[in-house]
Every structure is written in structure tokens, then in C-alpha cells.
Design a protein around this ligand. Structure first.
Ligand code: UDP
Length: 247
């Protein structure tokens, strides 16, 4: 089931159901797009019709983080749990190792995707890595990158170019890559390759992951400004407009 948040349809399913849904996409062999949507994307999409349409064209849209789960609850359209890019990627890789799906990692700085692939192969024996490629290629090189991916015959393609670049790339290129499923996973390769750290479990439980990231990567403060703006958008749309002041 899809629920509406600020005009974007989000799938109200948990992690296990998401992985099962993606498995069914892979069985069809036809191209499917998966977006893990975060508050920053949702906020920007309010002012950008193209982004909104892009998200609504995806086959599956998952709530990437507690902020989106909170917003859906406030909107009266709850989703069962957060399904973040990194968690989804790890759950899919585990399933890929047992199902024999071929996996391609596209994105991040040179060397990061291959390092992530090496670590994943060690952690999930039997995992078939179809190939890897960094994410700093020009528009002119796009066709060549799609060709490389296609020749490696992947079932599942993880794209880590950051949002919304990865969603735009997936939208225009998935058909050329031959992959049955492409998932946008943001900075996940950096985490898997050990170049960036995830917040510890207790920080996540206290819902303070945003503060942890801000302290670790202070340069992100500008991007983090979007979080209170997003919260205000949600409150205004679902609490204030719902009960307009009497005239
Ligand atoms: N990246 C990339 N190509 C680009 C821009 C960014 O491969 O042209 C990578 C970058 O190296 C990083 C990821 O995309 O690994 C973006 O990470 P971030 O945590 O910013 O993701 P977001 O929060 O936008 O999902």
C-alpha cells in the first residue's frame, strides 16, 4: 500500500516486505526503480515538480529515516518502520548471496565501490559481484558507463551518487543497464568501505542520527538546515491547514 506525504507516494511496508517486493521485481527481469526518500528530497520536491514526478514514477519509495516515519505518522498515513538506503542495501546483499543475484555497485569516489564490494564479499560468502564503477563521470561518459554495467549482466544495481542525482540517473539509464532493479543508496558505499561511520545504535534509538552526522561532518550544516524546514512544512500542511483559524 502507498501512503501520501506532501504529494509523494511512499510504500507503507517494512524491511522484509521491501526485500520480498524487490525479489519479485528481479524475477520479472524488467527494469524497476527503487528510491529511498529522505526529508531533504521531500522538502525540495515541494518546490520542484520534476522531482515530485520523478519520485512518483519509482516502483518503490521507502522512508529513509526517522524524520520521514515521524512525518507520515503526523500526516495520519503511518508507515511501519524506516527503510534506509544502507539497511536496505545490506538486507538485499544478504538475499543476493543466497539467491545468486548478480550485484553491481556504481558510485562514490574512485576506489570506494571496489573496496565496498571486497568487504561485502567477505561478509556475505557466495555474493556475486558483477562489477563496480566510481560515480564521478561526465555526461559524455554516461553511455559508456551504462554499457559497462550492461555487459556485466547485473540483476541488482546499487547507485550511490547522492540524491537526487542518483534518482535522475536511474530514471534515464536503467533501461540501458539491463538491471532488473536499481536502488539509490546515497552515501552507503562510503560506510561499507569504512570511509564514513554510521551512528551507533543508541544514537539511532534516541533519534539523534542527524546530530551525530552534523558533529562528524560539520560541512553538512547547510544541508541539515532543511530538517527544521521540512518539519515545519509537515506541521503546516497536516496540523495548521487542517484546522484553519476561524474568520
Ligand atoms: N557522489 C558521486 N558522484 C557525484 C556526487 C557524489 O559518486 O557526482 C557520491 C559521493 O562520493 C558519496 C555519495 O555520492 O559517496 C553521496 O553521499 P551523501 O551521504 O551525500 O548521500 P545523500 O545524503 O545525498 O543520499
Amino acid at each position: 500500500m502507498k501512503v501520501n506525504l506532501l504529494g509523494i507516494k511512499i510504500d507503507a511496508i517494512n524491511m522484509e516486505e521491501t526485500v520480498n517486493q524487490i525479489a519479485s521485481y528481479i524475477r520479472t527481469g524488467r527494469p524497476h526503480r527503487v528510491t529511498t526518500i529522505n526529508p531533504e528530497f521531500l522538502y525540495r520536491a515541494q518546490f520542484n515538480t520534476e522531482l515530485r514526478e520523478l519520485a512518483n514514477r519509482a516502483d518503490l519509495v521507502t522512508p529513509d529515516g526517522v524524520g520521514v516515519v515521524w512525518a507520515c505518522r503526523l500526516a495520519g498515513n503511518p508507515v511501519p518502520e524506516r527503510v534506509t538506503g544502507i539497511d536496505l542495501m545490506l538486507a538485499l546483499v544478504e538475499r543476493a548471496a543466497s539467491e545468486g543475484w548478480r550485484v553491481f555497485l556504481l558510485g562514490a569516489a574512485p576506489g570506494v565501490a571496489s573496496e565496498a564490494a571486497t568487504r561485502l564479499s567477505l561478509q556475505y560468502p557466495g555474493l556475486q559481484i558483477a562489477g563496480t564503477h566510481h560515480g564521478f563521470f561526465s555526461n559524455d561518459e554516461e553511455a559508456e558507463v551504462s554499457r559497462l554495467v550492461r555487459e556485466s549482466r547485473p540483476d541488482l544495481l546499487f547507485v550511490a551518487l547522492g540524491a537526487p542525482k542518483q534518482e535522475l540517473w536511474i530514471d534515464r539509464s536503467i533501461a540501458q543497464t539491463g538491471a532488473a532493479v536499481a536502488v539509490g543508496v546515497g552515501g552507503s558505499f562510503d560506510v561499507v568501505a569504512g570511509r564514513a561511520q554510521r551512528a551507533p545504535g543508541w544514537v539511532c534509538r534516541l533519534q539523534l542520527e542527524w546530530l551525530y552526522r552534523l558533529l562528524k561532518e560539520p560541512a553538512r550544516w547547510r544541508r541539515q538546515l532543511v530538517l527544521p524546514l521540512f518539519a515545519w512544512q509537515v506541521v503546516r500542511e497536516y496540523k495548521i491547514k487542517k484546522f484553519p483559524p476561524e474568520t
